[in-house]
Every structure is written in structure tokens, then in C-alpha cells.
Design a protein around this ligand. Structure first.
Ligand code: ZN
Length: 98
């Protein structure tokens, strides 16, 4: 009787492990396409691509320096006041108060 209980427990553990392995591993097809995407993307570009520091290209989003705190932020998030760019509404207000 005790043996049966252990056997049942062993089967439960075995099924649980099988289930966790199946959920952790994605299907072979999607894993393959993911791998090819990654090798085509950043690994193909990184070595030869010039480091764009300060020179905004068409690919990367332009960065602006906040006129108040000098922090760099994406140009799309800029708050512009009197031809000056700020990282946030607060800094635009703070700079205009001074
Ligand atoms: Zn700022």
C-alpha cells in the first residue's frame, strides 16, 4: 500500500517535470526563426556600424540635451520653449522662471 503511494507520487513528479520542460521550450520552428532574426539584426550591424554619438542618423532617433539639466532625451519627447528644448514640462517652466 505504501509502495503504491510512492509510485503515484513518482508519476506526479514525472508529469510535472515533463510539463515544465514543454512550457519552457518553445516549438522548434519559432526558435529557429528567432535565431535567424537575431543573427541578421544586431550581430550583422554592430561591428561595422559607426558609433553615432552626437550625429543623429535617419535610423536612430535624434537626441537633444535639456537646456535646464543637460540630460539627453529623445527629440520626440522634447518640450520646446522659445527655441530651447527641455526634457520635461517641469524643466521648461523652471528655466523660464529663472
Ligand atoms: Zn531637464
Amino acid at each position: 500500500m505504501r509502495m503504491l503511494m510512492w509510485l503515484g507520487l513518482a508519476i506526479l513528479v514525472y508529469l510535472a517535470i515533463r510539463k515544465s520542460i514543454r512550457t519552457n521550450k518553445p516549438p522548434a520552428n519559432s526558435a529557429q526563426s528567432d535565431a535567424s532574426q537575431w543573427s541578421d539584426g544586431p550581430f550583422g550591424q554592430a561591428p561595422g556600424a559607426p558609433h553615432h554619438a552626437g550625429t543623429p542618423s535617419g535610423q536612430a532617433e535624434a537626441m537633444l540635451a535639456c537646456d535646464h539639466c543637460q540630460i539627453y532625451f529623445p527629440a520626440s519627447e522634447a518640450v520646446t520653449r522659445s527655441a530651447k528644448h527641455y526634457c520635461s514640462q517641469e524643466h521648461a517652466d523652471a528655466a523660464n522662471k529663472n
